[in-house]
Design a protein around this ligand. Structure first.
Ligand SMILES: Cc1cc2nc3c(=O)[nH]c(=O)nc-3n(C[C@H](O)[C@H](O)[C@H](O)COP(=O)(O)O)c2cc1C
Length: 197
């Protein structure tokens, strides 16, 4: 089966109005999706279907932005797409919007799928984002969003670049460090490595 083939691409339905209610992911379950080269969903695992509250048929063939939450800064998706189009993988904290308007946070790893070195599509694994990381990341994203509203992506990029330069980290390294922090030694590998490595 070709997991990344372009299916009949469809327009996603209008997104629901956000409801300020969080759905927590199970600790042990993970969300998987695959997309074609433009980010249209070609595969969704059962847990993705359950958590997003959409039917499988509603997800397959539409762009992954069907679950985009308005609290997410545009810049984070630009970082994501720049990295995966260049052939690299990326880690990101993402707040997602369910069909019922509720939200859920994930730590996502997004990667290109390659065939003989050529990118044929993309896939992503996601796990529950730890609370200690969300405390910080929600503040960072709120500031980026504010900057974007005032000065567009140029402003949010400047803010993120300065923030990361002070830490001497890339966005990706920052995300991984934040994820590991709080778990203690070995926690990262126990909680995450078996899925992503
Ligand atoms: C494999 C893969 C997984 C993605 N997962 C998500 C996701 O969980 N949530 C999300 O909002 N965007 C996700 N995206 C990014 C979307 O395609 C899209 O760029 C983003 O939602 C921003 O929407 P916009 O480009 O219409 O502004 C994913 C992209 C790829 C390639």
């Amino acid at each position: 089966m070709d997991y990344y083939a372009n299916l009949n691409r469809r327009q996603a339905p209008p997104r629901p109005n956000p409801v300020n209610e969080e759905i927590m992911l199970n600790k042990k379950d993970y969300i998987v999706s695959r997309t074609d080269l433009k980010g249209y969903i070609t595969y969704a695992n059962d847990y993705f279907i359950e958590i997003s509250a959409y039917e499988k048929d509603e997800l397959i063939g539409v762009n992954h932005n069907i679950i985009r939450h308005p609290d997410m800064p545009k810049l984070i998706f630009k970082v994501l797409w720049d990295r995966i189009r260049a052939g690299d993988k990326v880690f990101a904290f993402v707040k997602n919007l369910r069909k019922d308007g509720k939200f859920y946070w994930v730590l996502a790893e997004v990667e290109p799928a390659k065939n003989n070195g050529e990118i044929v599509g993309y896939y992503s694994f996601r796990v529950r984002a730890p609370r200690h990381a969300l405390k910080e990341i929600t503040q960072v994203y709120a500031k980026l969003l504010e900057a974007e509203k005032e000065g567009g992506m140029k402003a949010s990029k400047e803010l993120l670049d300065n923030f990361l330069a002070k830490k001497k980290l890339t966005y990706d390294e920052y995300v991984q460090k934040l994820f590991k922090k709080g778990f203690g030694f070995g926690g990262f590998l126990r909680g995450f490595g078996n899925i992503f490595s």
